[in-house]
Design a protein around this ligand. Structure first.
Ligand code: S3P
Length: 441
């Protein structure tokens, strides 16, 4: 089967209700925490994407069994440090930065060396951000240039740390939290706010973890070595997956969508805040709390006039994976939109800030770039008629999704490569687009 798609027509107006794929961050965390619980956890609605399947394969390699029955995953844990690690174990995190960084936190007591590798994209990403705090715990790590492959060997003499997490990275914060679970004493993280699913999940198990807001910082206290029981978890929809359908609807003519059961946790809802400031009128209804997470239905209508935004950097963390698609809205907005301090975008599955600038210029949008700040000169009248080909060398799933939404809303004839990259986070993406009426070959 070919690994590209062709889109030659804009999508016609639609009025539909959909569900998107389950949350990837929560799916991975639920697997990793189930592997540390005492007893068999039951996880429903787990995202069956490559990153998540690699998480299941990883815990299996580390001696944790699971089975799937009637769409529910049963994972049998033996408590903290309950892995059964064999000599010469190699784990493969594939494309997933979240799996790679979080699992290291659970290997801090490993008696044998565990080697971790990943795909081409993951192998060019920086791991110093987790290697540094792990070494402070006393863990031994070998890696060339702070990147994969990494070899980790744990220690019996772990010491709790106090760490200033200044990137605003949930992966770093969560790696430290997971290391702290296995470390006697209280670990303290002074963390620049980022998605807080790990903290919420642990709190829902009554684990002794405390979060205090101190101005712009979250001060997190984790007591180590407290066992927790197996749990049940129903994973909600992923706002990062929903974001592509939100923008598809906004930029299409006379269309409406309801996206049901999406996680709208405040640490993730930056896209809604930003787009509403641009005049989008997105509504979040039927909010319910589930184990500390907020889950709701998202209502979106197409809109004729979008305003530019001077985007406050306080939204950078809660919209970090959504800026690619937000930039497409800025390309159609009236006026110059300004985004700043987005260097972290270049540290993702591909150099997303560099690629976004290239992409916007390719579709004829004027962009000014000053280091990690960009100004996008919107063109509300933009319609495309040329041929475009998107190569996507590092197989970044979000570059694939962005290209599809641009093709379906702006016109032109598009050949978009690396169709399989959708499987990283959202295998049903193209199926849902077709359900909404898109013609995709
Ligand atoms: C994630 C955190 C974010 C995000 C990534 C998933 C997570 O990365 O970009 O897609 O699940 O913790 P950083 O923590 O590195 O910002």
């Amino acid at each position: 089967m070919s690994n590209h798609i062709v889109i030659k027509k804009k999508i016609k107006s639609f009025d539909k209700k959909i569900k998107v794929g389950s949350d990837k961050s929560i799916s991975i965390r639920s697997i990793l925490l189930a592997s540390q619980a005492v007893g068999t956890s039951k996880i429903s609605n787990l995202l069956e994407s490559e990153d998540v399947l690699n998480s299941l394969k990883t815990i299996k390699k580390l001696g944790i069994n699971y089975k799937k029955k009637n769409k529910i995953y049963y994972i049998k844990g033996f408590g903290l440090n309950g892995f059964d690690i064999k000599k010469n174990t190699t784990i493969n995190a594939g494309n997933s930065g979240t799996l790679a960084r979080l699992i290291l936190g659970l290997l801090v007591k490993s008696k044998f060396i565990v080697k971790m590798k990943g795909d081409k994209s993951l192998s060019r990403r920086d791991f110093s951000r987790v290697i540094n705090p792990l070494r402070l715990f006393g863990v031994n790590i070998k890696s060339k240039n702070n990147s994969l492959p990494i070899e980790i060997i744990g220690t019996k003499f772990l010491r709790p740390i106090t760490y200033n997490e200044s990137i605003g990275s949930a992966q770093v914060k969560s790696c430290i939290i997971l290391s702290a679970l296995n470390t006697a004493g209280t670990t303290i993280i002074n963390s620049k706010p980022s998605r807080n699913h790990t903290e919420l999940m642990l709190k829902s198990f009554n684990y002794p973890i405390k979060v205090q807001k101190k101005g712009q910082i979250d001060k997190i206290f984790i007591d180590g070595l407290k066992q927790f029981k197996s749990f049940e978890y129903k994973v909600p929809g992923d706002i990062s997956s929903a974001s592509f359908f939100i923008v598809l609807t906004l930029l299409s003519k006379k269309s409406k969508i309801i996206i049901e059961g999406v996680n709208v946790n405040k640490s993730r809802d930056g896209i809604i805040q930003i787009l509403n400031r641009m005049g989008a009128k997105i509504k979040v209804k039927n909010k319910k709390f589930y184990k500390g997470e907020e889950v709701a239905d998202i209502y979106v209508k197409s809109i004729k006039k979008l305003n530019s935004i001077n985007c406050p950097s306080k939204f950078n963390s809660s919209a970090i994976d959504e800026f690619l698609i937000i930039f497409l809205v800025a390309a159609k907005a009236n006026g110059v939109s300004k985004f700043k301090d987005l260097g972290e975008m270049n540290k993702k599955e591909s150099k997303r800030l560099d690629l976004a600038v290239k992409f916007l210029r390719l579709i004829g949008i004027k962009v000014e770039r000053f280091r990690n700040n960009i100004n996008i000169h919107g063109n509300p009248e933009i319609t495309l008629s040329k041929n475009f080909e998107i190569m996507n060398h590092l197989k970044d799933h979000r570059i694939f999704f962005l290209s599809c939404i641009a093709a379906l809303t702006l016109g032109g004839k598009w050949k978009i490569n690396e169709k399989k990259s959708a499987n990283t986070s959202f295998p049903d993406f193209l199926k849902i687009l077709k359900f909404l009426g898109a013609t995709i070959n």
